[in-house]
Design a protein around this ligand. Structure first.
Ligand SMILES: [Zn+2]
Ligand SMILES: [Zn+2]
Length: 350
């Protein structure tokens, strides 16, 4: 019914920045542990990523940048961008294996799986010629291009707390990939882009959708944007593949982002996309990870989402949930409604 693959390689754990850097792969290992403890892998099939293929990187990154990461990977020190993303020994190989995980997920969907999960993916800030925001290679954009080969029309729904700026920039003129990013938007907040008026260029005009949310946005307001913007856009676009970037840093306990999603809110979003894909499309979903700096909340968020896709009973993951849905203050709710109104106007949503 919901044949689900979990793409995993222990080498994912090597992609973990040293010292007190906030990006740690304990998120991925803990998610896998929670799944093992609950018997997920009797239902979900664990699959290794395909062999590393450097040519995939060149579909979105410049050859100079790929060579630069390789040399820094040997050196094992220095920076891959202007300050957030340090090099470490083996960074090239560990970033490439995560890209392979997302690409493999797409290929599995073309071979009979309904859903594929790569919690090691979702590195949405990486740019053509640079790392950014802890992301070395942009597996989201690369997976979308791979997805076009099998599914023609791909939608990316990015619910990370930060704007999916790299994905947007790499596919800005592509009308076959609908890019929807919901994120916190606030003066001085990384990466600074993602306003409503960024809508794409050339043939891709109108296929980039940004929903900039104020700090304090809770489950109720977030779900309101889904009902009023995300689902109508998907209904209009009719994708044959939905890629979800599920960064866990929109969670209320995240130390870097001031959005207020609970695990129950995240689950509601995933469920809406899941129901949409089966009722109005072919059901193909690639679920990726992303940011997330409260490691346990991020792992729990991912696991309840995998349970939803794989059709695992809710009671199996009840102990991983936050107590309840969160609500937004009246002030924040009003601001979110204004954002939704603007997005509807700009994108012609009735
Ligand atoms: Zn399903
Ligand atoms: Zn993020």
């Amino acid at each position: 019914m919901h044949r689900t693959a979990f793409v995993w390689d222990d080498k994912y754990l090597n992609y973990s920045f040293p010292g007190d850097h906030p990006f740690k792969s304990i998120r991925e290992s803990r998610a896998k542990k929670y799944m093992e403890e609950r018997g997920f892998f009797h239902v979900v099939e664990m699959v290794k990523p395909d062999e590393p293929d450097e040519s995939l990187l060149l579909s979105v990154h410049s050859a100079d940048y790929v060579d630069f990461v390789k040399s820094m990977s040997v050196l094992g020190e220095g920076l891959l961008d202007y300050g957030d993303t340090p090099a470490f020994k083996g960074v090239y190989e560990s970033a490439l294996i995560r890209v392979m995980g997302s690409v493999t997920g797409v290929r599995l969907l073309s071979r009979g799986f309904d859903h594929a999960v790569n919690v090691g993916g979702g590195l949405h800030h990486a740019q053509r010629r640079s790392a950014s925001g802890f992301c070395v290679f942009n597996d989201v954009a690369i997976a979308a291009l791979e997805g076009k080969k099998y599914f023609n029309k791909v939608a990316i729904v990015d619910v990370d707390g930060h704007h999916g700026d790299g994905t947007q920039a790499l596919l800005y003129d592509d009308p076959d990939v609908l890019k929807i990013s919901l994120h916190m938007y606030h003066r001085g907040f990384f990466p600074g882009s993602g306003d409503v008026n960024e809508t794409g260029e050339g043939e891709g005009k109108g296929y980039t959708v940004n929903v900039p949310l104020p700090p304090g946005t809770g489950d109720d307001a977030y779900l309101y944007t889904f009902e009023n913007v995300v689902l109508p856009l998907l209904q209009r676009f009719r994708p044959n593949l939905i890629i979800i970037q599920e960064g866990g840093d929109s969670h209320f306990d995240d130390p870097l982002v001031e959005l207020k999603l609970s695990t129950r809110g995240y689950l509601s979003l995933i469920r809406k996309l899941h129901e949409f894909s089966h009722s109005q499309g072919n059901g193909k979903i690639l679920l990726l990870g992303g940011g997330g700096y409260n490691y346990d909340a991020t792992a729990r968020t991912w696991v309840v989402s995998v349970a939803e896709l794989a059709g695992i009973e809710e009671q199996e993951v009840e102990s991983l949930h936050d107590c309840c849905l969160t609500s937004s203050s009246p002030f924040v709710m009003e601001r979110v409604k204004e954002v939704v109104k603007r997005v509807k106007e700009v994108h012609g949503i009735p």
